[in-house]
Design a protein around this ligand. Sequence first.
Ligand code: ZN
Length: 425
Amino acid sequence: MNKQLLLLCLLIVTSISNLQAQVKDKCYTNIIREERIKNNPSLKNEIEKKENFLQNYLKTHKLEKRSEIIIPVVVHVLYFKPEENISDEQIQSQITVLNEDFGLYNKDKLTDKHAFYKYCGNSGIQFKLANVDTNGNSTKGITRTKVSKEFWKEAELEDVKFEKYGGVKNWDPKSYLNIWVINIDDSSNILGFASFPTDLTSYPDYDGLVIRHQAFGTTGTAGSDPFPETNLGRTATHEIGHWLNLFHIWGDTLCGDDMVADTEPADSANQNCPKFPHNAKNSCGSSENGEMYMNYMDYTSDACMNMFTIGQTERMKASISTYRKFILNSKGYNVATIIENDFKNNFKISPIPSNGTLQIYCNKKQLFESEITLVDLFGNHIKSFENISENTTELNCEDIPDGMYFLQLQKNNLIYSVKIIINKQ
Ligand SMILES: [Zn+2]
């Protein structure tokens, strides 16, 4: 090799390593786990034992098809500036994304023409904001606390879970998924982190997810500077993946193992938005389809991730059946009895289909001042109409896309529900 060629090669190698150096962690989950193992080396053994148990469980248990697993969620909003006190709508928009992603009805899911389509998994796991708190009282599933810290530095991120450090204690982690939404130092790349189910018994006070407000939900501050690529709520999808025992698809080391068979081997984290096929036949043995960069457990942009594999959903369900089994008996979400179409007995609704405005006539005084909500066919909250105070109330649905919905009113553990069609054309 002549000198010029050597120089050129050196330049290429340098620019490749620079490129790799730019891959900064946006998820802090594994860094925290490694730190814990460093402080308590016996933990490594314990984690391995629990992994073996889970693998054995997966082999010996045919996971029955549960129609739906409901996880009650409590969101702790910790704010310094008013804009960090994110709205109920922003929180609800995150819950909607979780239900779409975990239920595989996300609008950007792969089509049947894609080589990875056959691996896409529907976990059957759904998330609802808790409506019963730890004392048995009704709640919105949201706590709001003004904190004295302008932002949380990387080294202090676990402090958000402890009152003595200016944070907020989690609700019983056996019954709730706790999510802290905070302002993380903008000079840090970290979007969030989660605790693993295998750590629940040893570290119950740490259980839950922490997410920066710019990476939470799809409205309000979601995707605001300097995090424009986190506008679709996929940080929480990724972190709940960890909370249910998933690892990054590259196994957190060069060509590492994520302990799931149907994710393609990946050499390291992918970023931004690669083109399919990406890294086909890589050195770790990926197929001609390349790495599964659209998997929620990679580091790609929100707009480029859209799937868990069937293997990942099986692993998550097995982790709920074992390490998180208590949540199946949680009293944090009370499924109210839904009386379909009973609405009609107490209300007159016109016109159906609606051209954008609904007239509601209520003939039951005790239902005045209730909140009416519009939900989609999957039960996701679309819009609330507050305080039905007059006999006739006009609901404006002009901002709602055309389609079929349910109009619901909840009173004393009963949900009155009626199907409506909005057709503005
Ligand atoms: Zn992660």
